[in-house]
Ligand binder design. Structure first.
Ligand code: NAG
Ligand code: NAG
Ligand code: NAG
Ligand code: NAG
Ligand code: NAG
Ligand code: NAG
Ligand code: NAG
Ligand code: NAG
Ligand code: NAG
Length: 479
């Protein structure tokens, strides 16, 4: 009994061994055959590699222009862009970008494919133990849009170049049916987590740019303004046309060039967004690339050392939306204040909460009562308008001391909104414009009426001049 069993099991083992041997040899034959077949397939296959190994762009030194490889015209419609939101694991950055993720998801869902953006949150590599876990948690919970670059988190040490190299390898896909490559995007962009973008407006302006040209889209620093030069220490290398880091986008041919040209690697360190301008200039591309300047990319109105202004229906992206109040303001200035927001901000309790900090500067606000139906414009931020209405009686009373001509209601509203943008309601929103004298604020408001490019220095200078001219009496509009 025992013997038979042993024999049987021995036979089974022999059988199994034979099968294994046949299987292994079979596999080897298959592998050899496959590799022979692979070797004989045409080299064209290399093109199919995603990301492509060779450069798909050439620099034509007689025209100084980039020439991108031809893509088949039956490719699927590419998305409008891939945008990297540069962020860090600092608490308030994380908070803002979690809000942005949800916001952009909703907005994108309402756009047709060709107008959509893929938004990725881009971190530098971990700096310490705790940081590894913060990054790991983001990768765990948001694997689709978390990107951790290889280099440690830094401001001016090459993160921009790394992002464009990373993005380059994401910007192609295989043709759905044929053996060739298609572009996934038309533009690759970089932005910050304290910038809010109106995606449909961005799509709209990008869509209007001619498709047969290379574009560098963004907003330039006014390098001729002394305050800017001083703040950013740019006078040391004056040739500085570049788009500021709040948001800029490049056509994919430029990104392809960045990947393969030796020039970007020679210029990686320095004020990071400036580098892109340097690359294009050093690559002799700055005369053929279209620098598409956008007035619609600007800082919040009160941040007057950079292109700034009150949001208008032409605003596409607003920067420096750092505090909770500023973030909300940027969002609603771009997308409008929905009914729920209007209801909350204009509730009796909320109005009382707005009054408290205002009273520090304007004690009379305590006694201001608002009508039941404040004429709110829902297309922009309701909070700013509320502050303006709370200040209205107070300022309207003193305005004749400044301007002796009649001030129309519309002009008064402009002055009030300008003041409202500069009033301290959050912890930090005042520190960038530390005006303490109400009269300077009012003069500044008058100075900056209708201007988009005023700087704080300039506004204050004009305000002083106005005050001086006034010499305790009011001015006429012409004065
Ligand atoms: C460069 O551009 C010129 C003018 O368009 C063209 O004639 C020439 O063939 C181009 N050179 C290359 C290498 O493509
Ligand atoms: C979606 O787009 C339509 C018009 O294209 C607009 O009327 C609607 O408000 C949008 N919805 C959202 C949630 O943005
Ligand atoms: C792009 O195409 C337009 C017409 O379609 C033409 O007028 C223009 O010269 C072209 N630009 C370049 C840079 O090829
Ligand atoms: C600035 O540009 C001019 C003209 O292109 C050039 O002669 C000069 O050397 C440049 N200066 C710097 C600092 O790059
Ligand atoms: C740019 O142009 C200059 C002058 O024509 C030339 O000396 C230089 O080699 C060019 N650089 C590149 C990267 O083509
Ligand atoms: C508010 O009104 C009361 C009563 O009219 C008055 O006594 C008080 O001085 C006013 N306060 C301010 C700050 O104007
Ligand atoms: C703002 O722009 C206008 C017109 O472009 C110009 O005349 C003015 O000098 C600029 N002001 C400042 C402060 O840059
Ligand atoms: C305005 O000018 C007056 C003198 O005319 C001066 O006393 C006052 O401090 C000035 N105000 C500001 C805010 O500069
Ligand atoms: C302006 O008014 C203040 C107080 O009302 C006074 O002290 C000052 O002398 C006046 N200045 C001029 C230039 O009239």
């Amino acid at each position: 009994m025992l013997n038979t069993q042993t024999k049987l099991s021995t036979q089974t083992t022999i059988l199994q061994k034979s099968i294994s041997v046949i299987f292994v040899w079979g596999m080897i034959v298959v592998l050899v055959l496959t590799s022979c077949w692979m070797k004989t397939t045409p080299i064209v296959k290399l093109h199919l590699q995603i990301p492509p190994i060779r450069s798909l762009v050439t620099f034509n030194s007689s025209t100084n222009a980039l020439e991108m490889d031809y893509f088949p015209n039956d490719c699927p419609i590419p998305k409008m862009g891939l945008v990297g939101v540069f962020t860090t694991t600092k608490r308030d950055s994380e908070h803002r970008h979690v809000l942005l993720r949800e916001h952009y998801r909703k907005i994108n869902a309402n756009l047709s494919i060709g107008l959509q953006f893929d938004i990725k949150f881009v971190y530098g590599d971990a700096k310490n133990w705790e940081n590894e876990y913060e990054l790991a948690t983001n990768e765990l919970l948001f694997p689709d849009d978390t990107i951790v670059l290889e280099q440690e988190e830094n401001m001016d040490d090459g993160k921009t170049l790394q992002w464009f190299l990373y993005a380059r390898d994401m910007m192609y896909e295989k043709h759905p049916t044929r053996e060739t490559i298609c572009p996934r995007y038309r533009f690759i962009g970089k932005t910050d987590e304290d910038t809010i973008i109106h995606l449909p407006r961005l799509s709209n302006i990008l869509n209007k740019l001619p498709k047969n040209q290379s574009h560098y889209v963004g907003s330039e620093l006014p390098l001729d303004v002394p305050f800017v030069v001083e703040k950013f220490n740019f006078q040391k290398s004056p040739n500085g046309s570049f788009m500021i880091g709040m948001l800029y986008l490049l056509t994919i041919d430029i990104v392809e060039w960045i990947k393969h040209s030796p020039i970007p690697l020679q210029h990686t360190k320095g004020y990071e967004d400036r580098m892109v301008g340097t690359w294009l200039r050093e690559g002799n591309l700055s005369n053929t690339v279209n620098y598409a300047h956008q007035h619609g990319f600007h800082f919040r109105e009160e941040i007057t050392y950079a292109p700034h202004g009150r949001a208008t229906p032409d605003s596409v992206a607003i920067h420096f939306c750092k505090t909770s109040i500023a973030f909300h303001r940027c969002l609603c200035d771009l997308y409008g204040s929905p009914t729920s927001t209007v209801k909350r901000i204009l509730s009796a309790k909320s109005i009382e909460k707005h009054k408290a900090p205002l009273e520090k500067m304007f004690p009379q606000v305590k006694n201001v009562t608002l009508p039941d139906n404040i004429p709110i414009t829902p297309e922009s931020d309701v909070g700013l308008q509320l502050i303006a209405f709370l200040l209205k009686p107070v300022i309207a009373e003193v305005i004749p001391n400044y301007i002796r001509d009649p001030v129309s209601d519309a002009d008064l509203m402009q002055i009030l909104l300008h003041l409202a943008a500069r009033v301290e309601v959050g912890e930090n929103s005042w520190k960038y414009t530390p005006d303490d004298k109400v009269s300077t604020c009012i003069w500044r408001a008058l100075a900056a009426l209708g201007l988009r490019n005023s700087t704080r220095v300039w506004e204050t200078k004009v305000a002083d001049k106005l005050n001086e001219t006034a010499q305790n009496k009011s001015l006429s509009w012409s004065e």
